[in-house]
Design a protein around this ligand. Structure first.
Ligand code: MG
Length: 464
């Protein structure tokens, strides 16, 4: 009799109590924050007003930065689309998941590979923590069913699964098609949860449609924690803007496209305010890689940096980044280092969950930098071009062991001695100071060997 009473007490009181304590610990006193990552495609470091662009008008992003944080030393995992996105989604260098190749730099519509099902995406991780998960836009981590967003933890997906310049229709050269683009030149599909809903996608209204979808997802999920990954197709060529924005900027079609993206950010932030969840939501805005310079006025600008998409100079991998979370972030300019590789561990830190412990991660939890402007736990950047490390930054110094054209001739130079730049005083990488830093070169060569020893061979997904 006594034993039954004790058992009942345990069931009625102790177990719910322990469960509640666990929940409170996981959620923090304010509950789980919503997370939104807005990822643009091929937008350069110098393309936004807040990052110094003199002729592209970006009032929403400028305000977002003033209300939050502008990060001036923020990097991506790779200078081209597919590996950069694999790094963001997994928190791991793309070479670890087989999502980098020096034969095929990205996935194509005829590729058979993709992000392996064994990888844990941010979406899968957050879904396990009770989040509603949605993705709108460019995935580019495999278009076959087993690799698509729905197979990687997203409850909802709407978008073009790869780049907007793919599936070209014959009869016109690629360059001509980019200079005077029509939607029929690129037979790309628009997909909703695995079902093709439009082909070719009407790219004139693509930014607008992605924005409507994003706002719809926020409205629908306002009462539960959600993760929204909004990966715009723009400003990757071919450039398209809706009639409200076309011909309106002082900076040609490229400026029109950026101004429409800025409008889109304004709509997302407005939806958070309208739903009363502004202070419960972290929004991160950044780009997947630097500007595609070979397309001249159809590509963006690296601003004061050197180089662009495809290469390992700063312009290829240092991207504009803005964080916003009213009432939580310590507002201002953050000059500490961060990377898209850090977003996964930072999010895990924010919801008090441990990262999976069965694999190598390459990121750091940045929440103290966000909340207190503390020193970043990240002091190093590895600049991968495909499967090779070409350069390393440690503190203010950066060494280039190898440099190579981003696109075009693709001439490669192995430097003896390696090039060294002091990015703190020379962010444009103009003055090689290798003679002053022989010890740094030796130290970084050692560091490179140490790093290589942590990389295990895996199936190359881009070559399948
Ligand atoms: Mg890109």
């Amino acid at each position: 009799m006594k034993n039954t009473k004790i058992k009942n007490l345990i069931y009625l009181f102790l177990i719910p109590c322990v469960f509640h304590i666990g929940l409170v610990r996981a959620q923090g006193k304010d509950g789980l924050p919503n997370i939104i990552i807005i990822f643009t495609d091929d937008m350069g470091y110098g393309d936004l007003g807040i990052f110094g662009n003199p002729t592209i008008y970006t009032p929403n992003l400028d305000r977002m930065a003033y209300e939050g944080q502008k990060w001036t030393n923020f990097y991506v995992a790779a200078p081209v689309c597919t590996p950069s996105r694999a790094g963001l989604m997994t928190g791991r260098l793309p070479v670890r998941s087989g999502m980098a190749s020096n034969k095929k730099r990205v996935l194509f519509p005829n590729s058979r590979g993709g992000l392996p099902p064994s990888e844990i995406s941010i979406a899968k991780f957050l879904k396990g923590a009770g989040y509603a998960t949605g993705m709108i836009g460019k995935w580019h981590l495999g278009h076959l069913k087993e690799y698509m967003p729905n197979a990687h933890g997203f409850d909802y997906y709407y978008g073009i699964p790869y780049s907007n310049d793919m599936d070209p229709v014959g009869g016109i050269s690629y360059v001509d098609a980019l200079r005077n683009p029509k939607i029929d030149y690129f037979n790309v599909p628009l997909v909703r949860n695995g079902i093709e809903v439009e082909r070719p996608a009407d790219q004139n209204n693509l930014t607008k449609k992605y924005t409507e979808e994003a706002v719809g997802f926020i409205d629908k999920n306002k009462n539960k924690p959600f993760f929204l990954y909004l990966a715009h197709a723009m400003p990757h060529v071919p450039l398209f803007a809706s009639t409200e924005f076309k011909g309106k900027s002082r900076s040609g079609i490229y400026g029109d496209v950026i101004e429409e993206l800025d409008w889109s950010v304004g709509k997302v932030l407005e939806a958070l305010k309208r739903n009363g969840i502004d202070e419960k939501t972290l929004v991160v805005f950044t780009s997947d890689n630097g500007p595609w310079l070979i397309f001249d006025e159809y590509g963006g600008s690296p601003g004061a940096l050197k180089g662009g998409k495809g290469g390992t100079y700063e312009g290829g991998m240092r991207v504009p980044a803005i964080f916003r979370w009213p009432g939580k972030l310590k507002q201002g300019v953050v000059m500490e280092m961060g990377s898209t590789l850090d977003l996964f561990p930072t999010i895990a830190g924010l919801i008090h969950r441990d990262m999976p412990n069965d694999r190598v991660y390459d990121g750091y939890d940045l929440k103290e930098v966000m909340f207190n402007q503390s020193k970043s736990p990240r002091s190093e950047i590895l600049y991968y071009r495909d499967t090779e490390v070409y350069a390393i930054r440690k503190g203010g110094l950066k060494v280039h062991f190898v440099t190579q054209d981003e696109y075009g001739n693709e001439d490669m130079t192995i430097h003896h001695p390696a090039l060294v730049y002091n990015l703190d005083v020379d962010p444009g990488e103009k003055k090689n100071v290798s003679k002053k830093h022989p010890d740094f070169i030796i130290e970084m060569k050692k560091r490179l060997e140490e790093h290589k020893a942590t990389v295990s061979p895996v199936v190359n997904q881009l070559e399948l």
